[in-house]
Every structure is written in C-alpha cells, then in structure tokens.
Write a protein that binds this ligand. Structure first.
Ligand code: ADP
Length: 224
C-alpha cells in the first residue's frame, strides 16, 4: 500500500485514535495539539507530534500542511475548528476532513471549505446500524484485511465503455459490484458485463488494496 502523509489537528479522543490508527496502517502522521499532554501521549505512535496553536496561520504554513494528502481537523469547539478549516482551505490543502459536534457545526465547516465532514457519533451509529442489520456481510469483510470495498470515481478512459469492453477484472483485478448514479443517488447492484459507464456514475468495487492502489487509482482519476 502506498504510504500517505496525514496531519491531525486536535488530539482529543477522536484525533488521538485516528492518528494512531493511520500510523499503525503504515502512513506518515503529524499530530498537532495546543496542549502538551496529548502530544506527549501520541508521540510514541506517530512520526511527528507538535505542541502548537493551530489557529495561527504561520503554524499551519510552517508545518507544510498543504503538502499532505489529507489534513484532519479534530477539534470539537466551533470557533477554532471553523477558523483552522478556513485557513487550511486558503492555503490550498488538498483534502480536509473536519470533525463536527452537530449539524450546524457541520454546515459551517462545509461552507468554509472542508471536503468532508464527520459527526463521529452520528456516523459511527449509522455504521453500527448497518452492521447490525447485515451481520453476515460486515462480519465477514474485516477478516480479510488485504481486501477492501471501495467507492471510486471511474478514470476518464472508462466513460462510455462497457465493463466487458474494459475487461475490468482481468486488467485491473477489481470486481465491480455496484454502480451509483450521482444524479439521482440510485444504486444498481451486480451490474452485467454490458453495463456502459456513464459520466456521473461511481463504482463500488471489491479488490485487493494493493491491486486498487496500483491499478485503477494509480491511473489518475479514481478517488476514495
Ligand atoms: P474529542 O471529543 O475527540 O476528545 P475535543 O474537541 O474534546 O475532541 O478535543 C479537541 C483537542 O483539540 C484537544 O486536545 C484540544 O487541546 C485541541 N485543540 C483545541 N483548540 C486547538 C488549537 N487552536 N490548536 C491546536 N489544538 C487545539
């Protein structure tokens, strides 16, 4: 798997577990918190841990956060999290995931430019509800750590072609198990080989992580 660079701002419970887990998965992680204690606690797990007030633009610039694949803003308090997200956006950070404590906070974070917003309790509850209602599927998948189910944007060369024409299983070693239409949100499961990929569709694929990274995602446009 390709090693990625992440920064996690705010090392409370959410930030701490996220930073530690990303590092466990082999990525390079910078953790930032204004307090010494959480920085000390995370330092044995991640590449670099810094005590700094992320509300200062120069702090964010000096840490070169615009070079990271993803910057996570994990601060529950509304004003600093919104300001920091705004500064990261102004700096041109490529992908900002921000934590919100409620729907209003989430709306503000999206408005200032977060690419993705999570309300951890809500999102964990939704995932648990799915897992509990489909125990077989979700219990089964985590037993195969080298595989993943991913939702990807098809690379440009896929548009207008059928799955058979693309010879997708053989060439990219991925199994397309569903197609989602972004315009109306409908999902077409188990598409047949003559399904023609249209603009605005996303693919749900089952693949080995390695094959996905080296194949369709490496071709440029496929996205997480
Ligand atoms: P959780 O609910 O996941 O524990 P919190 O919102 O309570 O999250 O924790 C936020 C963390 O962010 C705290 O450790 C806090 O010290 C840190 N933090 C808050 N403001 C800043 C800031 N301006 N710069 C850096 N870290 C901050």
């Amino acid at each position: 798997m390709k090693k990625k660079r992440f920064a996690v701002i705010g090392l409370g419970k959410f930030g701490f577990y996220l930073a530690r887990d990303l590092a466990n998965q082999g990525h390079s992680v910078i953790g930032i918190d204004k307090n010494e204690k959480p920085v000390e606690e995370i330092s044995e797990f991640i590449s670099h841990a810094v005590v700094a007030d992320a509300r200062k633009r120069e702090v964010l610039k000096n840490l070169n956060l615009d070079q990271m694949e993803t910057v996570v803003v994990a601060i529950g308090s509304m004003t600093p999290s919104v300001l920091i997200t705004l500064y990261l956006k102004e700096m041109g950070c490529r992908y900002i995931l921000a934590k919100a404590i409620d729907e209003d906070h989430a709306t503000l974070l999206s408005l200032v430019g977060a690419h993705e917003v999570t309300i951890p309790e809500r999102d964990a509850a939704v995932r648990e509800a799915k897992r509990l209602s489909m125990p077989n599927l979700v219990d089964f998948l985590p037993m195969l750590p080298e595989y993943c189910l991913a939702d990807i944007a098809p690379p440009a060369e896929f548009i207008g072609k059928t799955l058979a024409e693309l010879d997708i299983r053989k060439r990219f070693k991925i199994h397309v198990i569903g197609i989602k239409s972004e315009s109306d949100g409908s999902i077409h499961l188990m598409p047949s080989a003559d399904h023609r990929i249209r603009p605005g569709e996303r693919l749900y694929v089952l693949a080995r992580k390695e094959d996905l990274e080296q194949g369709v995602l490496a071709s440029g446009e496929g996205q997480k």
